[in-house]
Design a binder for this molecule. Structure first.
Ligand code: GTQ
Length: 342
């Protein structure tokens, strides 16, 4: 509601201002909104346009000089803040054959979703994981991590970080390691054997909210969706959709970021849905479009698109499609804020 502006009121507001005070009744309507009113907008980035720019970045700066050679996906509604949503950062990272992105750690938690190329690894707290297209890899808060490309082709992945959440709380810490790479002879993904076979080490105890599993492979997830879809498990909104889980708790992979994989049949016309967790999508397979609000976003493999909080979305396919997505859902749920409506 807009209040009447009188000379007396304006003069009073001026006095308040000089005392670092402000009248709530002038701010109330934008402060406590009846529903989410995000400054973020729906947007998409087509990979065929991104890829040449990534390779151009590859010719201009090394991974080592850049520390991380990433093109940040900036939400057009909030440019200049390195955010794809109000709570999440996203970017496309390129690592060329022979390159190393040196070891560091930070309070922000990260996920990678491999978009293109074979031969790259991430090392997380002394354990190496070779990454393949479609794999979902996590780097929990304050874990040491470095990346390298031992193959012969460029490797690109989508980074998702909770940087805006960390900075909201003013809890950012970061440091560089004295050594560029964690030991080259470190074990290759032993976590998969310890935690990824429906079993756990005898002395395993849950501590913290992070999954002990670093890499979630595409092939088994894809196969699971396929079997469920074949047996008719197709939701009118989501198609066949699963969430990545911490195998020790059933919870989300990390406390601030949840991730999902869904299979949509050819000719799917999804029902309209909205939720409070703004969501970043990466197309793995297939082609189609999503209606986000009133706007249509066509997509093909490797494209990225973002759905803001509480904006209605529906997915439509031409061919059978697979979408990866991530959001801050675990954080919203932990705070009792998450809502959805189909
Ligand atoms: O790979 O550690 O996109 O620290 C932004 C910050 C990636 C990383 C990003 C990072 C990283």
């Amino acid at each position: 509601m807009k209040h009447e502006s009188t000379p007396e009121r304006q003069a009073f507001y001026g006095v308040l201002d000089s005392h670092d005070l402000a009248p709530l009744w002038e701010a109330m309507a934008t402060l406590v909104t009846p529903q989410p009113q995000s400054a973020c907008v729906a947007a998409s980035w087509h990979y065929e346009r991104l890829r040449p720019l990534l390779l151009e970045a590859g010719a201009l700066i090394t991974a080592e000089e850049a520390e991380r050679r990433v093109l940040v996906l900036e939400n057009p509604g909030i440019r200049g803040r390195s955010q794809i949503t109000n709570s999440l950062y996203a970017g496309l990272q390129l690592i060329l054959p022979g390159e190393v992105a040196p070891a560091h750690r930070h309070a922000a938690a990260a996920l990678r979703f491999i978009v293109e190329g074979e031969g790259a690894y991430t090392a997380v707290d002394g354990e190496r994981v070779t990454m393949h297209p479609g794999d979902f890899v996590i780097t929990p808060s304050w874990t040491w991590h470095d990346h390298g490309n031992l193959g012969s082709e460029p490797v690109v992945w989508l980074d998702g970080l909770d940087v805006p959440i960390v900075n909201l709380f003013d809890t950012s810490f970061a440091e560089r390691s004295a050594t560029k790479s964690q030991f080259a002879d470190c074990a290759e993904d032993l976590a998969a054997s310890r935690y990824g076979s429906n079993m756990l080490p005898l002395d395993y105890e849950v501590h913290g909210g992070n999954s002990p599993l670093f890499a979630y492979r595409y092939a088994p997830s894809r196969a699971a969706l396929e079997r469920l879809a074949r047996s008719g498990q197709i939701d009118p909104v989501h198609g066949t959709k699963l969430q990545y889980a911490n195998p020790a708790t059933g919870g989300y992979p990390m406390p601030t970021i949840g991730a999902f994989l869904q299979l949509l049949p050819a000719g799917f016309n999804g029902a309209i849905y909205r939720s409070t967790d703004a969501t970043v999508f990466n197309v793995v397979e297939g082609d189609g479009f999503s209606m986000i609000g009133e706007e249509r976003f066509d997509w093909r493999p490797r494209d990225v698109f973002v759905v803001p909080s509480w904006v209605p979305v529906s997915h439509h396919t031409n061919s059978e499609s697979v979408l990866f997505s991530f959001s801050d859902r675990p954080a919203q749920k932990a705070l009792g804020l998450w809502r959805e409506h189909a």
